[in-house]
Design a binder for this molecule. Structure first.
Ligand SMILES: [Zn+2]
Length: 667
């Protein structure tokens, strides 16, 4: 999800105002440097990619929405296959909606604001399972035998174990039938109602993901965490009052009317979740884009936002198709919630994404609707098709997707990808760099969502710093190589559940080992890098003077006599590398006579002597002049001038920093 950016933006602006400004903003990356240091591949070659997922849990659901009481009466059949190599004696269910049951749940009990929206509930919500039986079994209600609360957490009921009466052997199938009732909360976070607007995410009893070992990857619903589930097919029939417009995961296959109500049936194949929305005020636009039927549901008087959202998809869908493999579903639905229900916006579900923003979002030079639309669309790959564990390795979806978002937006808008007006330009990469630099050493990127000390820390590291690590690699080793490697990863693991190890294995095959080492360190070790220079030395070269004993006896050479006809100088600057990340870097040298040189250091060792002999003194040095190393902790120590003339450069940078700050404050 993306709403985090607004939150981070505000905190960044305040941090910037309180003195962090120059240190974090002195690097002013725009679009990636055009001159790639590695040759471009002519035609990318891709591995074969799967066209469907191995199905583990498929759902048939009937749901009847009471829009007055905000309740759903549900019936669900789960077709489950034990694809593990162990006999199963239990099942684990996620009842995510119980996160909103009372203020003592794991999700709501934090005294520092609940979850991403930072809001407490006004109307609580929950899900009651009425009955769980095995189809063709003895009719016993297995739900009576469940654990009453999440493991070791008597206050929480989002993660429940149900023992099986007889083991389910590897390869065996089990059809489960559940009756359930939802009470929707007023929207706190993603899901619930606001007036007659209803958004249903994580609304039905859902099996935790079965791992190959036979264990279930289950976890209680933490406010910082997202989700993890097996692939399957979904056949869902939604019953709503006639007059309500519905958007849902999958394709609508049937629509019937009876007694003032409408029954809408949806089918979605090879997905791992199902979300839907119903509102009696939705307006719709629909358009075929890159072979996909794209529908936008939006509030009255927001045609302009809907238009911008379609424009975004028109650019980003073919872009992502080419980068990460073709979007494999026939439909894509965009939901722009009404402003009062903004907390359901900026979220991803299979074949359905929520955007958001007030009616004036597209005025004044900001691309905020493009940002949220592009981000959530990117999740169709990094979450939808590459269904990594969002609880234990959230950077694999949010971080990679933040890179994909920035890369797509900058391909479209260049350095003004987030904001561009009044001569000011703000890019996603500049903002990511800002957030990344602020908290780079606080915690590891590669850790579980619930392990981060705060939500802001998670946002800065999982979203921004991961994107900056990938952007740095793209600028240092070549965007074509990094994008190709990510494309290989995305194709190889589509319809699977890749891990950090899977990602690094692909990188190992696609990139050189030093790049992979840097990636692994940056993700798992809080690794940082700061290149810096301290002083420039110049010495005139003269022929050796002194007393010399030669074959013709002793000879004395006076220093004046040793002076050559044309003066030469030997010059040195030492470049230091602080931190543990080794990244190749360029060093630009400027000489008194106006000549320039570019040197290159592979980043090994801690220091690098740049020596030169020539007719002119070295007067300036700029380490990483193209600003490829977005991870460089402090750009202000990267340049130096022996005659103190670095001031204009500094002024230029400070000006840019001020502009960036103004841009961040924009609408
Ligand atoms: Zn996201």
């Amino acid at each position: 999800m993306r709403r985090i950016t607004q939150d981070l933006l505000l905190s960044a602006v305040f941090s910037a105002l309180s003195g962090l400004l120059l240190r974090t903003l002195l690097l002013s990356p725009g679009a990636a440097p055009s001159a790639s240091p590695t040759p471009m591949k002519a035609e990318p070659s891709w591995p074969a990619s799967a066209e469907s997922a191995p199905k583990v849990a498929s759902y048939e659901i009937e749901a009847k929405l009471d829009t007055e009481r905000h309740r759903i009466a549900g019936r669900e059949t789960i077709h489950f296959v034990n694809r593990s190599n162990t006999a199963l004696n239990e099942l684990w269910f996620h009842l995510y909606l119980n996160a909103f049951k009372n203020d003592k749940t794991l999700f709501l009990r934090s005294p520092f604001g609940a979850g991403r929206s930072g809001e407490k509930a006004r109307e609580y919500g929950y899900v009651d399972v009425k009955k769980l039986t095995i189809v063709g079994g003895d009719g016993q209600d297995l739900w009576l035998e469940r654990d009453r609360h999440s493991p070791d957490d008597p206050e929480d009921e989002t993660d429940l174990r149900v023992p099986l009466r007889s083991p389910l052997e590897p390869g065996q199938t089990l059809d489960l039938e559940l009756e359930f009732e939802d009470q929707l909360p007023e929207i706190i976070e993603r899901t619930g109602f606001m007036g007659s607007f209803h958004f249903m995410g994580q609304w039905f009893p859902k099996l935790a993901r079965l791992l190959p070992s036979g264990a279930f990857a289950h976890f209680p619903f933490h406010a910082q965490s997202e989700f993890y589930a097996d692939f399957g097919d979904y056949d869902v029939t939604l019953d709503v009052p006639s007059g309500f417009r519905v958007g849902a995961t999958g394709s609508r296959v049937r629509e019937t009317q009876s007694k003032g109500r409408t029954q809408l049936s949806y089918r979605a194949e090879n997905v791992h979740d199902f979300a839907w929305t119903a509102w009696d005020r939705f307006e719709t636009r629909s358009e075929r884009i890159a072979g996909t039927q794209v529908t936008v549901l939006f509030p009255p008087h927001q045609e302009r936002n809907a238009q911008v959202e379609l424009d975004s998809v028109r650019f980003a869908l073919p872009h992502f198709n080419a980068r990460y493999g073709a979007y494999p579903y026939p439909n894509l639905t965009l939901v722009h919630p009404p402003e009062a229900a903004a907390n359901s916006g900026g979220m991803e579900y299979p074949t359905l994404i929520t955007t958001g923003g007030p009616w004036f979002s597209t005025f004044g030079g900001g691309h905020f609707i493009d940002v949220v639309t592009t981000h959530e669309l990117g999740h169709q790959w990094f979450y939808g098709l590459l269904a990594s564990n969002e609880h234990t390795e959230p950077f694999l979806d949010e971080g990679f997707n933040s890179y994909a978002e920035a890369e797509a937006l900058e391909s479209r808008y260049g350095a003004a990808s987030v904001f561009g007006a009044f001569g000011l330009r703000v890019s996603s990469t500049a903002l990511n760099r800002l957030f990344s630099a602020a908290r780079g050493e606080d915690e590891r990127i590669a850790q579980g969502a619930a392990e981060f000390a705060t939500f802001r820390s998670m946002g800065a590291l999982v979203y921004s710093r991961t994107a900056i690590v990938l952007s740095t690699l793209a600028r240092v080793y070549g965007a074509d190589r990094i994008n190709h490697a990510l494309g290989v990863y995305a194709r190889k693991f589509r319809f699977q559940h890749p891990t950090t190890a899977d990602f690094l294995a692909v990188m190992q095959a696609e990139l050189d080992s030093r790049a992979v080492t840097a990636l692994a360190l940056a993700f798992s070790e809080r690794a940082t890098v700061d290149y810096l220079v301290r002083e420039i030395s110049n010495a005139p070269i003269s022929a050796a003077a002194g007393v010399f004993d030669g074959p013709n006896g002793r000879e004395q050479k006076k220093p004046e006599a040793a002076q050559p006809a044309t003066q030469e100088y030997t010059s040195r600057v030492v470049v230091y590398r602080h931190g543990t990340l080794q990244l190749p870097v360029e060093i630009a040298l400027g000489f008194e006579d106006g000549t320039k040189q570019l040197r290159r250091w592979d980043g090994s060792g801690f220091t690098f002597n740049v020596d030169n002999t020539g007719p002119s003194r070295l007067i300036s040095v700029n380490v990483d002049p193209e600003q490829r190393i977005l991870l460089d902790e402090d750009r202000s120590n990267n340049w130096l001038s022996s005659d103190g003339s670095s001031a204009p450069h500094c002024r230029e940078r400070a000006l840019y920093a001020a502009q960036l700050l103004l841009g961040a404050l924009g609408p």
